[in-house]
Write a protein that binds this ligand. Structure first.
Ligand code: HPA
Ligand code: ZN
Length: 326
């Protein structure tokens, strides 16, 4: 079977997925053309040639450039619908998708256009499939804290359209501690909270995310393995870690998939999940990630079934929905 088909039968939740990272080059050029936007690449081939990333920031530069193609509510609806149809085909039954409002409002696209479009796309797919989930608004940690606070204020009136908030973009130099007040305000709105930490940043960022932001999950978190103390804590507190193997490979977090810490994390009894992060850019959707770790790391069926169950348990789905999927 094709890589994606091998683990497609396993019901799973996708907990670490940036919807803007599902924008495939062909769709970017199609949307740019209809919006009269000029992308800074001659064609799809030239864009794909830019996918030779060396680290997180080298990826983020291309990721933000391509977002220029996204302008209308229908663009966001199509983006979301297209991703969800692929995800459903790969066994995803629940998805909590990240979106980056500041990357759009800074270009003059209103946050309501983004949210309305994504929710419309979600509804089109959920109407005919066994699929639940919603949106997690991410703050861009490499932009001013005041802008994050304004972004939260701008969605206060529609907090019920969101599952929670997260923290993404360039990590090193932008510690979670900066966002303590913004996250407190988000929690006061009844929103769930997660944060990227320990992808490129140090273990201290994971600690700050837990102690200062009071996050319920850590996105990536692979660098926790540098601290036995942190590993013990994550195990004891059953903190889900949303690991993204192909992302880690493409961004140089690991130099070879065979060196990925996922097996060691499982041996440590950490609550790990496997996710696709930015599948259009990193060479695979969620079942492709399952297949890649099965092949490169020799993980067996039982381990991957556990990883899939972790994703459902670690989700913010209502208890009844979790029971249905487990
Ligand atoms: N890390 C941080 N920011 C991001 C990522 C990521 O993996 N993907 C999209 N924005
Ligand atoms: Zn991410």
């Amino acid at each position: 079977p094709a890589p994606a088909e091998r683990y497609a039968a396993l019901p799973k939740a996708e907990l670490h997925l940036h919807i803007e990272g599902t924008l495939e080059p062909e769709a970017a050029f199609r949307m740019a053309a209809r919006n009269g936007v000029k992308l800074p690449y001659a064609d799809v081939e030239e864009l794909r040639a830019r996918y030779a990333f060396t680290d997180l920031v080298s990826f983020l530069n291309v990721y933000y450039e391509c977002m220029a193609a996204l302008r209308t509510e229908e663009d966001f609806a199509e983006l979301c619908e297209t991703y969800l149809r692929t995800a459903v085909g790969q066994g995803v039954r629940h998805v909590e998708m990240f979106f980056d409002p500041q990357a759009h409002t800074s270009r003059g696209v209103p946050v309501d256009t983004v949210i309305d479009g994504l929710l419309a796309g979600f509804a089109r797919v959920a109407a005919g499939e066994d699929l639940t989930g919603g949106l997690i608004l991410c703050f861009l940690r490499d932009r001013p804290v005041a802008e994050a606070a304004e972004t939260l204020e701008s969605v206060r009136h529609r907090a019920s359209d969101l599952i929670g908030v997260g923290l993404d973009s360039a990590e090193v130099g932008f510690p979670p501690s900066l966002f303590e007040g913004v996250f407190a305000a988000a929690r006061a709105l009844g929103l769930h909270v997660v944060a990227h930490a320990g992808e490129e940043g140090p273990v201290e960022y994971i600690e700050q995310a837990l102690d200062l932001l009071h996050v319920e999950r850590i996105d990536h978190g692979v660098r926790c393995m540098e601290s036995a103390e942190m590993v013990a804590r994550l195990r004891a507190e059953r903190i889900p870690l949303t690991v993204c193997p192909l992302s880690n490979l493409r961004l140089g977090v690991v130099s070879d998939l065979a060196d990925h810490p996922l097996p060691a994390m499982l041996r440590e009894d950490l609550m790990v999940t496997v996710n696709s992060d930015d599948p259009a850019y990193f060479g695979g959707y969620v079942a492709d990630n399952f297949t890649a770790v099965a092949d490169a790391l020799g993980l067996g069926e039982e381990q991957l079934e556990l990883v899939a169950r972790n994703s459902i348990s670690g989700s913010f789905a209502p208890a009844g929905r979790k029971a249905q999927l487990l």
